[in-house]
Write a protein that binds this ligand. Structure first.
Ligand code: PLP
Length: 408
């Protein structure tokens, strides 16, 4: 936004990047308040899966047991016991993690934001898997980076060429947001190998790793990396990021970064100028929940619920949208990525018609750094019950028909 004047008086202005962004995240985080709207736009979990009684009990207990700690300021890097618990959780036969490898963030989003602060110089180059998570683009946009498009599914993908010269590479290997796809093992190994050879940081953003509905999981990039260069404390180039948002509940705002100690040091400097520390209350709740095995207890219900919803959405799409879009059934995550058969179909234009018809979806332009990919939509299947998903898809078909009528 440029400096403007009203009645001859200069007005205070905003940073330039604000004029180059979008507010789609605000749209779907607030869509739940619009009466009757079916929100299939955001990556929102089903609130009925939240372990309400356990969290209430644990919260009461930790306030009583650790009042000074949960209500006071805490260490910037996070609660030491929670860092230890996460180091244990993510250690493996060759992945040796200590507290120095673990950093607690206020949600996964803060990890992305702080990474931008410590890794991106003005105009720096990021190698990204596209289409990519719009929150990552939002986090890094103020630094005005440039992007190199890593086409991880292209058989000719050359990981070393993709990473060379970039300040870091960013991927969501498990059930990517927005496409729901999984990066295969060969490409995982190639990315890690290229990160080691070129000395490029490789960000593995993994909020959906546990939301796996069919087939077997693949190794994490950080585990592959640790196997390539064993060390008593992990010191490689992979920066692994996780969150409790999809494993327990997003309102806890607990995320983590697992990386070489030098990266944890840098993030600590950045968080010092951000929120000082993550809530001591929710860190203590997270620690108690991890120790009590809460994630393992609620996971079967989450998986059964989401698997059934994925199937319901895909069945409804087959009935109503197959003439308009094509898609793959995702094996995990929260989304179906549907690409229009007609290359001229503009999903930015579809969004207002969809909202008019009472359904919210995300258009592909927001997952593209250039905003030029306008041919696809991301549809969430975790928030709504099967009947509502079917109704949302019917509304989308109505919106498409109306938009088509306008065009012809
Ligand atoms: C790929 C990816 N990374 C990070 C996040 C951040 O999640 P949170 O800040 O809720 O932990 C999300 C949320 O949807 C996501 O999809």
């Amino acid at each position: 936004m440029s400096r403007a004047s009203v009645a001859g008086r200069p007005r205070p202005s905003f940073a330039g990047w604000l004029g180059k962004t979008n507010d789609i995240t605000r749209t779907f985080l607030s869509a739940g308040r619009i009466p009757g709207l079916i929100n299939m736009g955001g990556g929102l979990p089903e609130p009925a899966t939240f372990p309400v009684a356990e969290i209430a009990r644990i919260a009461g207990e930790v306030v009583a047991a650790h009042p000074g700690e949960v209500l006071g300021y805490g260490p910037i890097e996070g609660l030491p016991e929670l860092r230890d618990a996460l180091a244990r959780r993510f250690s493996g036969p060759t992945t040796r993690l200590t507290r120095e490898n673990v950093f607690i963030t206020s949600g996964g989003m803060q990890g992305l934001d702080l990474l931008g602060k410590v890794l991106i110089d003005e105009g720096g180059l990021i190698a990204g898997q596209f289409p990519t998570y719009l929150g990552a683009l939002d986090a890094w946009r103020p630094r005005q980076p440039s992007f190199r498009n890593m086409q991880l599914e292209d058989p000719a993908f050359d990981a070393q060429a993709a990473l060379a010269g970039a300040q870091f590479a960013y991927a969501v290997p498990n059930f990517s947001n927005p496409t729901g796809r999984m990066v295969d093992l060969v490409t995982r190994k190639a990315l890690v190998d290229a990160a080691h050879r070129t000395g490029t940081w490789l960000v593995e953003d993994d909020p959906y790793g546990l939301l796996h509905y069919d087939g077997d999981p693949l190794p994490r990039l950080i585990d592959i990396s640790a196997g390539m260069a064993p060390a008593p404390t992990y010191a490689g180039p992979v920066i692994y990021m996780g969150t409790l948002s999809k494993e327990i509940a997003p309102g806890l705002r607990i995320g983590w970064v697992i990386a070489a100690p030098e990266m944890i040091e840098a993030l600590t400097m950045a968080k010092q100028g951000s929120d000082l520390c993550t809530s001591g209350l929710t860190q203590r709740v997270a620690l108690a929940a991890l120790e009590a095995g809460l994630i393992e207890r609620i996971q079967p219900t989450i998986l059964a619920t989401y698997r059934a919803r994925r199937d319901a959405l895909c069945a409804a799409m087959q009935a109503e949208l197959a003439g308009w879009f094509e898609w793959e059934v995702p094996v995990g995550g929260m989304f179906v990525w549907a690409v229009a058969r007609d290359p001229a179909l503009d999903t930015d234009l579809l969004l207002p018609h969809a909202l008019d018809a009472g359904v919210c979806i995300s258009p592909s332009s927001v997952f593209d750094a250039t905003g030029r990919n306008r041919r696809a939509i991301r549809i969430n299947f975790t928030l709504n019950e099967p009947e509502r998903l079917a109704e949302g898809v019917r509304r989308l078909a109505v919106a498409l028909t109306k938009m088509q009528a306008r065009r012809s």
